[in-house]
Every structure is written in structure tokens, then in C-alpha cells.
Design a protein around this ligand. Structure first.
Ligand SMILES: NC(=O)c1ccc[n+]([C@@H]2O[C@H](COP(=O)([O-])OP(=O)(O)OC[C@H]3O[C@@H](n4cnc5c(N)ncnc54)[C@H](OP(=O)(O)O)[C@@H]3O)[C@@H](O)[C@H]2O)c1
Length: 343
């Protein structure tokens, strides 16, 4: 697919995961770089007016900071970077006068409900909606037997493997709570999550005067992506309309955090702050990968994350190195643990 994209769009620079992939693409006649260094080169390419960061995982942090350092606006899908180093990223963006525009559909909805402002004046509550994922109504005892294939079959969105598993554990919503905190500067106790299986109300903002403003659309990532690309204008999108009459009803329920403890863990990480959100994210990244490789069962994911968080002594995030160090520490801890249990 990347080869086809290169032929169609003739980009001036392409960055891929590793040297082997880079070598195989060089015949296309474009400059191909690789690894984290390659991502940084792409994020700081001269003349770029907007960097879209949509890699998965904390590997996105340094390229994101490099773009901000260059003074380039960023459209952000890569939530793991905000979760791991939100404090540093937001401070740096403020210093450099750089806008970070949300791509995540929930954060795009909040952004739009706030009149497309990134500040959080007059907000009483942010309400993030969640579809609940494929297992919301499954009894918890059955989680042990869930296969990667089942976890990847999201009822509403078609997404990459990592975020699909995160949606099934509700960790995705937990990461989004932390992301919302950094985007809109609202404390955790004023960020609420509601299960909304229809997936058309993408999130809501309640103001101090008790008005609630929501953004609705068909669930299609092209809508929030287009808004981040065209902001402050709107692009014409030739998409199916949301038929409210056919839809007929919208439901909202509080999440079951006993059955889906990842959400509770994310709140705990945000409340403690410092390096703990980095540990939550890193432990989850490795646990999800291990589940996808069949090395741990689905129901072990929250346990692995919780026990890694328990073993971590959180410290303040003075700089990005502190976040990256916590990320490395947690990934190594989880890998050792998984090696032990799968022996
Ligand atoms: N999918 C959605 O609907 C959605 C919605 C909201 C937010 N997000 C967020 O967006 C991010 C991406 O999610 P996704 O679902 O699009 O994941 P995905 O389908 O797995 O795509 C991630 C992409 O990043 C590339 N990548 C990873 N590391 C890289 C590196 N070091 N250098 C170059 N490319 C690299 C991968 O390349 P390979 O193909 O070579 O592995 C892949 O193409 C995640 O943070 C997710 O939470 C996604």
C-alpha cells in the first residue's frame, strides 16, 4: 500500500520502521529514512505547515516534540504520546505558540463543542462517550477465553490492532481521559465516561450554566481527520448523512469499572500524575502486544498494568527524559514478567 501511495503522491520523504523496509522502497526513487530518527526527520521536514502524527505508541513522543520545537502545528492521533508526556508537550507547545489539534473523534467532538478553542473556560464537565467495545455485555468469566481475532472485531470502528484491543479493555477510554485532561486542562474529577453503544454522539461538554453541547455524526474517522486538516475551515465531505429518524434513540450508561478495571487504572494514573501515566501506557503497550501474540490471556492485561503501576515509585515529570525513562522501565518490567509466566 505504501508503494502505491508513493507512486500516487510522489512524496519528498518517506519514513518507515526499519532499515530493511527502507532499502526495499528506495527503488521507488524517493528519499526513504527509518526508525525514530526517520520520524523526526519527517516531522521537521522544511516547509511543512502541519504535521499529522498517527503512529501508534510512545515512539511518537520525540517526533512530536521535534515538530513543536520547529514551530509547526500538529494534528494528533497518537494519543500514547499525550498520555506519556502530556505535561511536557503542552508546555512546549505553549512556549512555541504551536497548536495541537485533536484527531481522536472524542477530542475532536469536545474541541468542536468548545467552539474550536483549546482552552477550557466555563467548562463544568467533559463527557467522553465510549461504544463499550465488543465485550461490553460478555460476562467477565468469559474474558479468559477471548481470542485476538475476537478482540480485533470492533462493533463500530475499523482500526489498527493496538487501539482495537484497547477499545475492548476500555483502556482506550482511559487513555482518552488523560488525553482530554491535557488537551482541555480539565481535572480528572470533571471528566466523565459514558457508554453509548450507538456511537454517534462523539462526546459532550457541559458548561457552568448547565448547557450541554455535543457533536454528532456517523462514526467515520474521515470527519475528525478532515476537520483537523482544514481547521478553522470545514471541508466538503461526500459522506452518508446521519439519519436521526432511523436511529430513533440514543442511550447512555455509566461504565462498569469493576468488569473493565483499565479505566479505573487510567484515572488513578492521572490523579497521581508525574511518571505514572507513562508507566500505565507502557505496561499496556507491551501487555497488548503479548496478548496479540498469544502469550497472555485477555483478562491478564489489566493485571499486568496494575501490578507494574504498583511497583512504580512515581516522580514528577521534570523533562521528557523522565517520561521516556518511566516508559523504558515499565516495558522492561512487563517483558520480564511475561517471559516468566509464559515459560
Ligand atoms: N484507527 C482509528 O480509528 C484511530 C482513532 C483515533 C485515534 N487513533 C490513534 O492513532 C494511532 C494510530 O492508530 P491506527 O489504528 O491507525 O494504528 P495502525 O493501523 O496500527 O497504524 C499505525 C501506523 O504507524 C506506523 N508506524 C508505527 N511505528 C512506526 C515507525 N517507527 N515509523 C514509521 N511508521 C510507524 C505503522 O506502520 P506499519 O504498518 O509498518 O506497522 C502503521 O502504519 C494510535 O495512537 C491510535 O490510538 C486511531
Amino acid at each position: 500500500m505504501l508503494r502505491e501511495q508513493i507512486r500516487a503522491f510522489k512524496p519528498r520523504l518517506v519514513s518507515v520502521l526499519d532499515q530493511e523496509r527502507a532499502s526495499s522502497l528506495r527503488a521507488e526513487g524517493v528519499e526513504v529514512v527509518y526508525g525514530e530518527e526517520g520520524l523526526i526527520q519527517a516531522a521537521t521536514f522544511p516547509g511543512v505547515d502541519l504535521v499529522v502524527s498517527a503512529v501508534v505508541g510512545s515512539v511518537g513522543i520525540l517526533p512530536l516534540l521535534a515538530a513543536i520545537e520547529e514551530g509547526t502545528d500538529v494534528a494528533l492521533a497518537n494519543k500514547e504520546s499525550m498520555v506519556t508526556a502530556g505535561e511536557i508537550i503542552v508546555k512546549k507547545a505553549q512556549e512555541k505558540g504551536v497548536a495541537i489539534l485533536p484527531i481522536d473523534s472524542e477530542h475532536s467532538a469536545i474541541f468542536q463543542a468548545l467552539g474550536s478553542k483549546l482552552g477550557g473556560e466555563g467548562i463544568k464537565r467533559i463527557i467522553l462517550t465510549a461504544s463499550g467495545g465488543p465485550f461490553y455485555n460478555m460476562p467477565a468469566e468469559a474474558f479468559k477465553k477471548v481470542t485476538p481475532r475476537e478482540a480485533l472485531a470492533h462493533p463500530i470502528w475499523r482500526m489498527g490492532p493496538k487501539i482495537s484491543v484497547d477499545s475492548a479493555t476500555l483502556m482506550n477510554k482511559g487513555l482518552e481521559v488523560i488525553e482530554a485532561h491535557w488537551f482541555f486542562r480539565v481535572p480528572s474529577e470533571r471528566i466523565e465516561v459514558l457508554i453509548h453503544p450507538q456511537g454517534v454522539v462523539h462526546s459532550l461538554v457541559e458548561y457552568v450554566d448547565s448547557s450541554i453541547i455535543a457533536q454528532l455524526s456517523i462514526p467515520d474517522m474521515r470527519i475528525p481527520i478532515a476537520y483537523a486538516l482544514s481547521y478553522p475551515k470545514r471541508l466538503f465531505m461526500d459522506l452518508p448523512v446521519l439519519n436521526l429518524v432511523e436511529l430513533n434513540h440514543l442511550t447512555f450508561d455509566p461504565p462498569d469499572v469493576e468488569k473493565f478495571p483499565c479505566l479505573k487504572l487510567a484515572y488513578q494514573a492521572l490523579e497521581t500524575g508525574g511518571t505514572l501515566p507513562a508507566v500505565l501506557n507502557a505496561a499496556n503497550e507491551v501487555a497488548v502486544e503479548a496478548f496479540l501474540q498469544g502469550r497472555i490471556s485477555f483478562d491478564r492485561i489489566p493485571h499486568v498494568v496494575a501490578s507494574t503501576m504498583d511497583r512504580h515509585q512515581a516522580t514528577p515529570l521534570h523533562d521528557v527524559e523522565a517520561a521516556l525513562e518511566a516508559d523504558r522501565w515499565a516495558k522492561a518490567k512487563v517483558l520480564t514478567f511475561i517471559q516468566k509466566v509464559s515459560q
